[in-house]
Design a protein around this ligand. Structure first.
Ligand SMILES: *Cc1c(COP(=O)(O)O)cnc(C)c1O
Length: 430
């Protein structure tokens, strides 16, 4: 697959290169030069396959010229070797597609694990590599577990000290081995700034191979296309032309993957881009003005992003497919409505968490009686245990995986937001 840089279309790279680089020149995102298109028969055939075989096929439409289908199948098998998405019915024509049954209980396991296995596969010479990433929670855990114990790959994760929950911290700061975690005395922005500085440091670039693992990486997006096909395969037949999917959005990686699935030919009628009070995109769709404000802290903190990284890809896709941005449904949900929705879902017999509740709120508001609506469950409720317990006045039982890591010893290092210190760590041999 060839990809071009959205900020400089002269820069064209292979998929392998795009995965390793993350971003192109001028920090531009990579976008596929050609988008595969499947016919109706192929789509029907795909629906009859199991999750692994179907996902291999879908990914091979993009990657066949660089990775053989046999190798790809092994990579997909290793990456998606956990419980596949589960559909939980909420009412007659609304259901939640739970994407959080992976090793770190968030949908990010799909993308992170595929990226890890692809990077390892492409690194034929076993060159030592460093993955550097900043996290406010879910990404750190998904990335750490995905790369855990991989040879010649070291992962360094920065997070704001005392600003993430102990449960979340325990999930990725107790692993050791090739996972090095640093609690920064500062904010998430301080962490991100350190990461940015590292990627802009020419001296570092000469000495080590540095890769980022956030959702700007094209491999993560491709992996996420696969569960949209699973969503469709679980949709009752009579609703096949009436499927609406509501996606809780932060960096808009998840939605981009959904739109890519649609561009392949998957007949999803509509998407809803659901955000919390960080409403840069809803405002843009309403007014045509791009005006990111200061990021607001909310209870759906994985979506506390006011400059969504993947938005240029969404725009490009609409342009290329000649779809109208007006067809994209959207909304921004207040804290009060998020909390009330969580309670409403609980009264319907479903325990959710703030991110999915935002998607449900907008789905419920916008869906027609004759449509079928899915909203994505992006994280297990216990990952936001305190918030959910406080709102619903219940006690949540911890899943085995969280219990297991909760007992382990924390191995994090501590640091002030000091780039020279970070650089020294990056230059250490491993
Ligand atoms: C990361 C995350 C999101 C946002 O996904 P994007 O792809 O960044 O839009 C939503 N919910 C949860 C629980 C997340 O961890």
């Amino acid at each position: 697959m060839r990809l071009y840089n959205l900020k400089d279309s002269h820069e064209e790279v292979s998929f392998s290169k795009a995965v390793q680089l993350g971003l192109g020149k001028k920090q531009g995102l990579f976008f596929p030069l050609e988008l595969p298109k499947l016919n109706t028969q192929t789509l029907t055939d795909l629906m009859n396959l199991n999750f692994i075989d179907r996902s291999t096929k879908i990914l091979s439409y993009f990657l066949h010229d660089e990775i053989s289908s046999k190798d790809l199948k092994n990579i997909v098998k290793k990456s998606f070797s956990f419980q596949k998405p589960i559909l939980k019915s909420i009412s007659k024509n609304i259901a939640c597609l739970e994407l959080f049954h992976g090793p770190t209980l968030a949908f990010k396991d799909f993308g992170a694990r595929f990226m890890a296995n692809i990077l390892q596969f492409l690194n034929v010479k076993n060159t030592p590599m460093t993955i550097l990433t900043a996290t406010s929670g879910d990404t750190g855990a998904a990335v750490a577990h995905a790369f855990y114990k991989m040879k010649n790959i070291r992962v360094i994760i920065l997070y704001p000290n005392k600003k993430i929950s102990t449960l979340q911290e325990k999930l990725f700061c107790t692993l050791g081995n090739n996972i090095y975690t640093i609690a920064i005395n500062g904010s998430f922005d301080d962490c991100q700034n350190l990461v940015k500085k590292a990627f802009n440091d020419q001296d570092l670039k000469k000495k080590i191979i540095l890769t980022s693992a956030n959702s700007i990486n094209i491999s993560r997006l491709l992996a996420q296309i696969c569960y949209y096909f699973e969503a469709f395969s679980k949709t009752p037949f009579e609703y096949h032309k009436k499927l609406i999917i509501s996606v809780p959005c932060g960096n808009f990686g998840n939605l981009t993957a959904g739109l890519l699935a649609k561009s392949l030919g998957l007949p999803i009628k509509n998407f809803i881009a659901a955000t919390n009070s960080n409403n840069t995109v809803p405002n843009f769709l309403k007014t045509g003005i791009w005006n990111p404000k200061k990021t607001i802290s909310t209870i759906s903190n994985a979506m506390d992003i006011s400059r969504p990284n993947n938005w240029p890809r969404v725009k490009e896709l609409f342009l290329k497919k000649k779809w109208s941005l007006k067809s994209l449904k959207y909304g921004s949900v207040s804290e009060r409505n998020t909390k009330n929705t969580l309670k409403k879902l609980y009264n319907l017999g479903y325990i959710s968490e703030p991110h999915a509740a935002i998607a449900y709120y907008l789905l419920k508001k916008k869906i027609k009686k004759t449509d079928y609506g899915l909203f994505f469950g992006t994280a297990h409720p216990t990952k936001f245990k305190n918030i959910v317990e406080n709102i619903l006045k219940i006690n949540l039982k911890l899943p085995e995986i969280l219990k297991k890591y909760n007992k382990k010893k924390m191995l994090s290092h501590f640091m002030k937001p000091n780039f020279e210190k970070l650089k020294k760590i990056l230059l250490e041999k491993f």
